[in-house]
Design a protein around this ligand. Structure first.
Ligand SMILES: [Zn+2]
Length: 458
């Protein structure tokens, strides 16, 4: 580009009226048409604004575009609301229990659960990126249809999960808000070392690091290439037959957590063994996934530091197809979990517990089974719902995602038939889902909006 043309460009930028050239769609895309605001007037028979607080009867929730604008008593007539020239839609949920959308803190969108989830393009995490992307699109839709408006993906094919995350954010496809780790970090021979290679580049791409320096480099690389948080595996795991003992050193964990925090992102640890959990919590990790063998000392430190437990209870149970072969025998995951009672002990001690399922290993769309299991093991329905809303929302740390139905929050709202406070099993069927102010599921049917304004003009 000649000096003369550069000057013309600079002058054009300076004199451009009112807004930047990018906002006008020039030079990188078509100009987006101006649209009127969209207002949803939701008449809620019962409204649970925040799990743990008493629900309110007969309320109106007003949503403007993607945010909750206000809440008024009674069923407000839209004509009495000052909606300007917005497009107004009344959603009649007078017979429903309306509440915040749910959060799942542990899923794997690009993983399918094979034989008992028909429709998936692949059966495991080794599916090629194309098939893994199709998996992630379908899984995202299944999670949203189950009432989960935000999920944390803790280990998926990075190309597929980041593409799906970004397409959902742009409104191109339907799904929950996704924050994703991309590849999860493991040491050589550990749970998740699937590289099968001695090539350093291939090993880094697979999330393998050894030693503090190597792990720091890997975390910086992951953050640079799109990871919203770091997931690392401090112990072996069931699905890889690597045992449950500690694999990662305290030194490596400290390097991982500190580097993540310096980049402004969180770190979560996959861990079973009690010593590994202690080392991770001392390193300042934000949450512990599974944590089945956590010691009382570990729980005390978690409580002191505000470290969150993501208990993943249901995934310990074998799928029904495996039960046929197991007969009365319990798999090790079930006996270990039931003997150690980490979830029950953490709940007694007041450790923060965020809802998480491991869907992808467990069937996508059946996330709410975990709520029933939590209540079965002694948690109150209020606390189980809190763990899947406000507690998880704090762990996600995404602006506007508060896990409550309050003015200013993003409009992620669901409705069920009957009160989950009386019977938690009503959460197994969520007929209404509003995500980011758009009706994604209406009266039991998923809506599939296709935004034609996104079609490029030539
Ligand atoms: Zn997992």
């Amino acid at each position: 580009m000649s000096a003369c043309r550069i000057i013309v460009w600079l002058v054009a930028l300076v004199v451009a009226p009112h807004q930047s050239v990018y906002a006008q769609g020039f030079p990188f895309g078509p100009k987006q048409p101006e649209r009127p605001d969209t207002v949803l007037v939701i008449h809620a028979g019962t409204l649970l604004q925040e799990a743990g607080k008493p629900p309110l009867r007969e309320q109106t929730v007003v949503v403007r575009n993607e945010r909750i604008e206000r809440i008024t008593e009674g069923f407000a007539d839209p004509g009495t609301l000052d909606t300007g020239d917005a497009v107004v839609e009344v959603i009649d949920l007078r017979a429903q229990f309306v509440m915040p959308g749910l959060f799942d803190s542990h899923v794997h969108l690009s993983r399918a659960t094979g034989s008992y989830s028909p429709g998936f393009a692949g059966v495991n995490s080794y599916a090629p990126a194309g098939a893994a992307t199709v998996n992630a699109v379908i899984a995202a839709r299944l999670n949203l249809a189950a009432g989960f408006t935000a999920v944390r993906d803790l280990g998926s094919d990075p190309q597929s999960v980041f593409a799906v995350r970004d397409a959902i954010d742009k409104g191109q496809i339907v799904g929950p808000t996704v924050i994703g780790s991309g590849a999860s970090v493991s040491v050589t021979g550990g749970h998740g070392d699937e590289s099968g290679s001695s090539d350093p580049d291939e090993r880094a791409a697979a999330g393998v690091c050894d030693g503090a320096d190597d792990c720091r480099t890997l975390v910086r690389h992951l953050e640079k290439t799109g990871s919203d948080l770091i997931k690392f595996k401090a112990t072996g795991g069931f699905s890889s037959n690597t045992g449950l003992l500690q694999h990662m050193t305290a030194d490596e964990m400290t390097a991982i957590v500190q580097t993540a925090h310096r980049r402004g992102i969180k770190a979560t640890v996959h861990a079973y063994d009690a010593d590994a959990i202690l080392d991770a919590v001392e390193a300042g990790v934000d949450s512990v996934e599974h944590g089945y063998l956590v010691s009382d000392e570990g729980l005390r430190l978690m409580k002191k530091n505000g470290t969150v437990l993501v208990p993943t209870l249901t995934v310990a149970e074998p799928p029904s197809i495996a039960k046929r072969f197991l007969g009365k025998r319990e798999p090790k995951s079930v006996t270990l979990r039931n003997e150690s009672r980490a979830f029950e002990r953490a709940y007694e001690k007041g450790v923060k517990i965020a809802f998480g399922t491991d869907c992808g290993i467990y069937p996508h769309g059946r996330n709410a089974d975990e709520l029933l299991r939590m209540v079965e093991l002694g948690m109150t329905p209020e606390d189980a719902l809190r763990s899947a809303t406000v507690v998880a929302a704090e762990l996600f740390g995404v602006d506007g995602l508060t896990g409550t139905v309050t003015p200013g929050s993003r409009a992620d709202i669901i409705a069920v038939t009957g009160s989950p406070l009386d019977d938690i099993s009503v959460m197994l069927d969520v007929p209404w889902v509003i995500k980011n102010g758009q009706v994604a599921k209406s009266n039991g049917a998923m809506q599939a909006p296709l935004d034609y304004s996104l079609v490029q003009e030539y």
